[in-house]
Write a protein that binds this ligand. Structure first.
Ligand code: MN
Length: 490
């Protein structure tokens, strides 16, 4: 990596920007780290360069890129924070100090780990950009993990999956979350990683070929309908998220429809719906797979239209969104720090403070909880709060929203089981069909073949849309039948 490449990336997006300070920061970093080597054998300065490059790619503001270049200077060299403050000002010095504070506690047991985390949230609460630098730093550390001792590899990779990736997810930073997960995956679960790569290899190749054909056709259709300014490309699913999804789909890769998803990026929200209409007029959508996350965004702010269609005997998933939605989907909260040029000056889109409130809440919890294990448990619970993981008697994992019941579980396994469910056992104990499931529960359902229809009152307690839909469908079908019976009886 070179400083020139970083400057080029910024210039290509913002030609008018003055990059003197970025170049200067590089000079300072290079001098300070002179003679130092990384465990991988590279010159140390490669590490801050790679970190800054990632930040430039994210299109984050200039002070953050500069802080990225300087992030290891106070900790690893004799150059001090005071000197950075003198040369680059308080904003940058504070960010570097935030990162440095995070680095000083090394992992030695659970207690320090929890303390380290707390520090991370303190730093984030002060300036959330510090965590962007930490992510960029972590990504390069993961890329050079091979050079470290196995114990350290495990520690860093695990910490990435358990803490960093969920924080990135919480901040809506999918691109970084996926990248961190895929880099850590082979270290934490080597067998599962190999298996996932193996099982998906042939499918990826096939679907990528299919995608090309479909892209050609869709391009033509969109152009014919007068749309010219759009972008369409195939996007392969990341291995770690594929692995998690396979866990939920009985390890059946044929049920993963977004292995290669097609993304269409347009200019306006109106155009998103127009494109959806065009796709549906061309090919039949799959039931229950049309999702409007524009009208109803996901909790982390994700917006997009999704649909899965049958096209030419193939199943293809589309994700349709505007450029702004795309930036938000990939970079999440970081997108608000990218600078937009308005009349020659840089202005940031303000972040809704509500979106960052959870950081302060987590901090407060840390004050209340004394034991580090409890704090860690609380953190994990909070990140995964919205989902629960329950088991089938065979040990398969089903991922459901919080508050789900045995009926939700039943319909997620099979419509037949849902329609004919009569009793549920949770962890071997008989429970009502409306009982609330908890993570780790093992659920077993009894079905009655003679049962003709699901109960209408199930609609009052089921949590998932899937269950609601299936129940309504079954009730409708039944209404039709009973109407006919009535006719004959009369
Ligand atoms: Mn570093």
């Amino acid at each position: 990596m070179t400083i020139e490449r970083i400057l080029e990336v910024i210039k290509s997006k913002h030609p008018e920007t003055d990059l003197t300070m970025v170049a200067l920061a590089y000079e300072v970093a290079e001098k300070a780290h002179a003679g130092q080597k990384r465990a991988s054998g590279e010159d140390y300065v490669q590490h801050p360069l790679e970190t800054a490059y990632k930040l430039a790619e994210m299109d984050i503001d200039i002070p953050t890129v500069i802080a990225g270049l300087l992030h290891d200077v106070p900790e690893e060299t004799s150059h001090t924070i005071e000197e950075i403050k003198k040369d680059f000002g308080r904003e940058i010095a504070d960010m570097v100090a935030g990162i440095t504070k995070l680095g000083t506690i090394k992992y030695r047991g659970l207690e320090r780990y929890a303390e380290n985390l707390r520090k991370m949230f303190v730093a984030m609460a002060e300036d959330v950009r510090v965590v962007f630098i930490k992510f960029a730093d972590r990504i390069h550390n993961l890329k050079t993990l091979y050079a470290l001792r196995p114990v350290k590899q495990q520690r860093i990779a695990k910490e990435t999956l358990e803490i960093y990736a969920p924080i990135a997810n919480r901040l809506g930073m999918n691109e970084l979350q996926n990248e961190m997960e895929d880099l850590a995956f082979p270290y934490v679960y080597p067998e599962e990683y190999k298996w996932t790569v193996e099982i998906s290899k042939k499918q990826y190749e096939e679907r990528e070929r299919d995608a090309e054909t479909v892209i050609k056709k869709i391009k033509q259709v969109l152009k014919e309908s007068g749309l010219n300014d759009f972008d369409i490309y195939g996007r392969a699913k990341h291995y770690y998220s594929l692995y998690l999804k396979l866990l939920r789909k009985e390890m059946d890769i044929d049920r993963i429809y977004d292995l290669v998803a097609l993304r269409i990026i347009v200019k306006t929200t109106d155009e998103c719906y127009r494109v959806l209409g065009l796709i549906h007029s061309l090919s039949k959508p799959m039931t229950g797979r049309v999702k409007d996350y524009i009208a109803q965004p996901k909790p982390n702010g994700y917006q997009s239209l999704h649909t899965t269609v049958y096209y030419d005997n193939k199943i293809v998933e589309f994700q349709i969104r505007t450029k702004e939605m795309e930036a938000e989907a990939e970079w999440g909260i970081a997108a608000h720090w990218s600078f937009k040029e308005r009349s020659g000056r840089h202005a940031k889109i303000p972040v809704d403070p509500e979106k960052l409130k959870w950081i302060k809440t987590l901090l407060k919890q840390g004050d209340e909880v004394r034991k580090p294990e409890e704090y860690l448990d609380k953190l994990k619970m909070d990140f995964f709060k919205s989902r629960i993981f329950v088991f089938t008697p065979k040990g398969d994992v089903i991922d459901l929203p919080e508050g789900s019941t045995p009926i939700d579980f039943a319909y997620h396994i099979h419509t037949y089981i849902g329609d004919h469910a009569t009793a549920a056992k949770i962890n071997g104990k008989l429970e009502t069909l409306s009982a609330k499931l908890k993570s780790g529960d093992m659920v077993e359902l009894t079905v009655d073949k003679k049962r003709t229809r699901p109960a209408e009152e199930w609609l009052e307690f089921v949590q998932t849309n899937l269950a609601k839909e299936k129940i309504r469908q079954a009730l409708k079908k039944n209404e039709g039948l009973s109407g006919i019976f009535k006719f004959f009886n009369n």
